[in-house]
Design a binder for this molecule. Structure first.
Ligand SMILES: Nc1ncnc2c1ncn2[C@@H]1O[C@H](COP(=O)(O)OP(=O)(O)OP(=O)(O)O)[C@@H](O)[C@H]1O
Ligand SMILES: [Mg+2]
Length: 288
């Protein structure tokens, strides 16, 4: 079981869209996937796909009891794709995590315990976070093997990536190192990329700035700006099922998401040559 989270200190960078689409793609590749909506302020992942079974509990119980049990696992219409929805209606989780001695470690502990008891239930856990700093975000990052971070190629997003996202990642990595723990590297990628000269200049700038920064990797895959992503979300289906056409000027969603996933896995393997990665399509998998 590997844990991948979406993170950027700026809002609206396409974290939720990418987590939802990756989840859908991975299920069709034969993996079993659990999504965790850890965005307690705007829980849009929780309603991205319709549910066929709504579990009685969600994120609040996961954090409070440090456990992942059947009562937290809702099923989406995409077979093999489950979700722990965000249900922090009273907005109590941040202060709860702040007050608890092990607050920021709670998602990690819940996942570790779950992995010990049900090692084969899921292949990947994908966690969505809110686009801001916060203890709940920290707690998702601490639990992650890989942290992906989309960057729209505009000046504000590029600056915020280096000033906010990268710095926060470094400061969490420094603080957990004292406990002999490591957090996953950031795999950043450009998203909502338009075919304009301006976007091209900013993209080149981001690539230059990201070279040789410790534990930050800028992927080659770029997600184009395309209305298909919004339309797929409105239709509540993953982009790779929705946008497969070969005739357009803009690269289709199916090819883009496959390339993104391939690059994430290739990079992870090259950084962790001895890591054991989940194998798709094992017995019991819902995949095709
Ligand atoms: N490739 C794309 N091209 C154009 N629009 C996109 C693309 N991907 C996502 N969007 C749109 O961008 C907007 C922001 O996306 P999303 O909600 O996924 O961002 P987010 O990072 O999760 O935001 P927040 O920080 O508020 O949680 C949405 O309206 C979404 O439909
Ligand atoms: Mg979001």
């Amino acid at each position: 079981m590997k844990v991948i989270s979406a993170y950027s200190s700026k809002g609206g960078t396409t974290k939720t869209t990418t987590i939802a689409n990756l989840g859908g793609l991975l299920v069709d590749l034969g993996f079993r996937i659990l999504l965790i909506d850890a965005d307690n302020t705007q829980p849009s992942l929780s309603s991205y796909y319709p549910l066929t079974h709504q579990a009685p509990d969600g994120l609040v119980r996961l954090i409070k009891s440090r456990e992942i049990v059947d009562d937290l696992l809702s099923h989406t219409t995409i077979e093999g794709l489950d979700i722990v929805y965000a249900d922090d209606h009273k907005k109590e989780l941040s202060s709860f995590i702040n007050d608890a001695a092990d607050g920021r470690l709670r998602i990690k502990r819940a996942i570790q315990e779950f992995q010990d008891h049900c090692p084969d239930k899921y292949d990947f856990i994908l966690i969505d976070t809110r686009g801001a700093k916060g203890v709940l975000v920290d707690s998702a990052l601490i639990a992650s093997d890989i942290i992906f971070s989309p960057i729209p190629p505009d000046k504000i997003s590029a600056t915020e990536f280096h000033r906010g996202t990268v710095r926060r990642h470094r400061s969490i990595a420094d603080s957990v190192r004292f406990m002999n723990m490591e957090i996953g590297p950031i795999f950043a990628f450009l998203c909502r990329v338009e075919r304009t000269r301006d976007a091209q200049v900013i993209t080149e700038g981001i690539r230059l700035l990201s070279e040789d920064v410790d534990n930050i990797y800028l992927l080659d895959t770029e997600i184009p700006h395309s209305t298909a992503y919004k339309s797929a979300a409105t239709s509540q289906i993953p982009i790779h099922r929705f946008d497969r056409g070969k005739y357009k000027k803009i690269r289709n969603g199916a090819d883009t998401m496959s390339q993104l996933w391939q690059e994430i896995m290739d990079l992870y393997r090259s950084l962790n040559p001895v890591a054991v990665l989940p194998i798709p399509g094992r017995e019991g998998s819902h995949g095709k």
